[in-house]
Design a protein around this ligand. Sequence first.
Ligand code: F6P
Length: 323
Amino acid sequence: IKKIGVLTSGGDSPGMNAAIRSVVRACNYYGIVCCGIRMGYEGLINDYVVELGPRSVRNLINRGGTELKSARSQEFRTKEGREKAAKTVKKHNIDALVIIGGDGSFTGGTIFQKEHGVPFIGVPGTIDNDIFGTDYTVGYDTALNTAVDAIDKIRDTATSHNRVFFVEVMGRDAGFIALNSGIATGALDILIPEEKDSIEDLFIAFEKAQEKGKSSSIVIVAEGEKLGGVYDLAKFTKMKYPEFDVKVTVLGHIQRGGSPTVADRVLASRLGVAAVEGLIAGKSNVMAGMQSSKLVFTPIEEAIKKHNEIDKDLIKVADILST
Ligand code: F6P
């Protein structure tokens, strides 16, 4: 392998920059030329390719977002788009790719590999932590800490005014941020897509809280929760308990930004080096991840198909501690 291309794709996550830096520096260490592809797969289609040396990634490890920029490319979903991308790969003599992103990005890489034979290794970068084959994804820890910091602040004002807050956190299909931030902030209830919640259960939680003389409550709701969304939940609660002072806060994209935590920087650094070493060793169509503190390569199709499962014990912990 003489040349590796690196790109970030899908929703950005804190620590992607640390992963880029790691890939670039590992390439340099092993005498491989590294190319950055800007704007994810859009950059492959439109030839946004820049050569990156070890100094071009200085002061990057601590920065949020992705210096290479990211995109959810629609054109790459088409055969024609991927043909254009293949021309760019050929033009720059890129031997293999490191794709930093989530399952959608890995699906794109797999189709591209099948059609045009470009080997790749995935580095899991998403705040959702929903990718199978790694205990944690790059960006999750930072997003979780950002959510907890924000919810702690909401707690202050909720207590001061005896209010009920519904706080929506990110997680389109996964409740990792919701469950863990809810436990960490002492939420009354936590609603996640993986669990069948009912409005009645939520009302029971309110009743119990009232019996105990609780005067304010926080309910954490994952974006992908299936009861109908944070505003509906607030509306139904207000209808049932007109005396409650109910507020809604949607944390939104604040969870995607910010300087990555130590855990995310170290994880990104390890996986970036692993991806380069994996490609040198002839691996392809795998994702680098950490499981029980060990580096593992998971076949990409498994990483896409299966999903990280929520720990049922942790759900029980949340239930025990909220009562
Ligand atoms: O996949 C990461 C994520 O932040 C999800 O939690 C969220 O649903 C989605 O991306 C939002 O994506 P976008 O920024 O494209 O609206």
